[in-house]
Write a protein that binds this ligand. Structure first.
Ligand code: SAH
Length: 265
């Protein structure tokens, strides 16, 4: 086990077997949107976030990631982080004191508007509005649970917001954390090449996106809708809007109701 924090971003452009210093402690990088992830599996980060647009943005220093190993804060010779549930039952629960030490460490470099989140199936369902609001914060601290979860007292004491990826149970919070960070990071300025693409995509205007097509113009006897080939920007926009509305109405009556309510206001 290593006591060194694992960090990513500008400082890890050059591959190295040796984890480098915590990049968020570098004053030159202060001010960058940073995700502090408390996890028993820091090696799972940046994971898929290291690829493609989020990965390039990470290397370019448009955001930073600090995976904090919960094990470092464990108690005793074996650095225990969990124990059996009070009242009995299956599995193990992450200890409040251990999680609190990790949270205190994470919050040392937090500043300004900095939500603290626990990934949890009991939480509020994550959505685009949450991604939007997190991307406008200065950074975020995320606690990834494992086993049966976390001692309730630490959630209360730190007024942690519980957020769920959806109505299913994962083995740990890491995949949920990566999904949510991806959604937030792509909304940061300059992360996507084409800023306009976040304004038109699904959910940003309360609708699902229209269908997309590309070459070839005909494939297995299926042509691209002629209006898209017409060059009439007004007509194309109208068609896309109509398709968006039709798809939303059919697939997501819940979104459609909200959309209509907003429109009639
Ligand atoms: N006993 C818990 C489930 C624990 S699953 C319960 O019934 O509610 C282990 C860990 O996986 C959790 O602590 C949480 O951090 C993570 N996790 C599981 N499902 C999740 C979901 N839908 N969204 C976000 N995190 C989840």
């Amino acid at each position: 086990m290593t006591d060194k924090p694992k960090s990513f971003g500008r400082k890890s452009i050059i591959a190295s077997m040796q984890p480098r210093e915590l990049m968020t402690q570098n004053p030159a990088l202060a001010g960058i949107w940073t995700a502090h992830i408390i996890t028993l599996f820091p090696q799972a980060f940046p994971g898929v976030l290291g690829e493609s647009l989020t990965g390039k943005a990470l290397k370019d220093g448009l955001w930073a990631l600090d995976a904090i190993d919960l094990r470092r804060f464990g108690v005793g010779k074996h650095r225990n982080v969990d124990d059996t549930p009070a009242g009995g039952g299956a599995g193990m629960v992450l200890r409040a004191d251990v999680v609190a030490d990790a949270l205190d460490h994470a919050q040392k470099t937090a500043r300004g508007n900095w939500p603290i989140v626990y990934l949890s199936p009991r939480g509020k369902r994550f959505d685009q509005a949450m991604a939007q609001s997190w991307s406008q914060a200065d950074g975020i601290t995320m606690l990834c649970g494992r086993f049966e979860g976390v001692d309730e007292r630490v959630l209360e004491d730190y007024a942690i917001q519980e957020v769920s990826l959806g109505d299913f149970v994962l083995t740990g919070g890491e995949i949920a954390a990566q999904a949510m960070i991806d959604a937030a990071v792509r909304l940061l300025p300059n992360v996507l090449g084409n800023q306009a693409s976040t304004e038109e995509e699904s959910f940003s205007n309360g609708l699902l996106e229209h269908p997309q097509y590309t070459k070839p113009a005909e494939w297995r006897g299926r042509a691209i809708p002629p209006v898209l080939m017409s060059g009439h920007h007004g007509e194309i926009e109208k068609w896309r809007r109509e398709m968006s509305e039709a798809i939303t109405q059919k697939r997501r009556p819940d979104l459609w109701r909200d959309y209509q309510a907003k429109k009639s206001k």
